[in-house]
Ligand binder design. Sequence first.
Ligand SMILES: CC(C)(COP(=O)(O)OP(=O)(O)OC[C@H]1O[C@@H](n2cnc3c(N)ncnc32)[C@H](O)[C@@H]1OP(=O)(O)O)[C@@H](O)C(=O)NCCC(=O)NCCS
Length: 247
Amino acid sequence: MNEPTIEVTQPTAPPPIGEIHIYAGRLDHDEATVERLTALLSPAERLLAKRRVTPELRRRAILSRGFLRAALGASLERAPVEITLNLGKHGKPFFLEPDDAALLDFNVTHSGDLWLCALTATGPVGIDIETPRDETDWNALVERYFSEAEGQAFAALPENRKKEAFFRTWVTKEAFLKARGSGLTTPLRDFDVEVNPDAPVALLAVRIPEEHVEAWWCLEVTGCGAPAVVAGRGTKPKVLLATLDPS
Ligand SMILES: CC(C)(COP(=O)(O)OP(=O)(O)OC[C@H]1O[C@@H](n2cnc3c(N)ncnc32)[C@H](O)[C@@H]1OP(=O)(O)O)[C@@H](O)C(=O)NCCC(=O)NCCS
């Protein structure tokens, strides 16, 4: 069976069933861009950004939410500032308007200066990107975060593939948790994902009540500067990668 392809293209709005649109941006823009994107935020979002403890965190919060609103506005063909958002029980942003929520789910991730957002009409979606760091003790991290099956698969890998495997596994696990919206309230050991970096990313087993492994799909998002995975429930879509130009 052919894997869905990832194309770099300008997506049409809103994403049709069977497509997922991924916008990519950077969080290192200048003050002029920060100011322009501040205008897209709601008063509550501006207040939240203002409360961030450092200027750098404030700038990143404004850019992330401003890009999100720009991407949602492009997808729904509406003014970004008119879109109403709320936070789920565990912090996942969602549309306040049921009509918008019926059309789309979306999710945001950032690591360093890289920012990604996934939008799809296919079902709940989660995305995660992580800039790899050097670690001295992979075993301790795997012991802490991975399931038993993942730990065994990781131990069998050659040493020189472990860093790559660790971060790919990490972003797959996070993307699944973010699609569910549950964050760390779902124990990381309650599901297994593909650990072998030569195999396609996948959710392999879930031990979560009322959750079924076949209901979920995962796709690697390549070409965005760091390991990234998008996961969702429903039919596995084709991915379209779009660059969000904030200027
Ligand atoms: C938010 C969470 C789900 C992921 O956090 P993260 O990987 O540090 O951060 P990301 O950049 O990928 O995601 C942050 C974005 O996710 C969104 N988000 C917040 N809570 C969320 C949730 N419960 N579900 C889905 N998305 C969420 C927000 O849009 C946020 O962006 P913003 O702060 O600009 O608004 C976090 O609560 C979490 O559970 N982290 C797990 C950390 C960990 O130890 N993972 C080990 C994996 S092996």
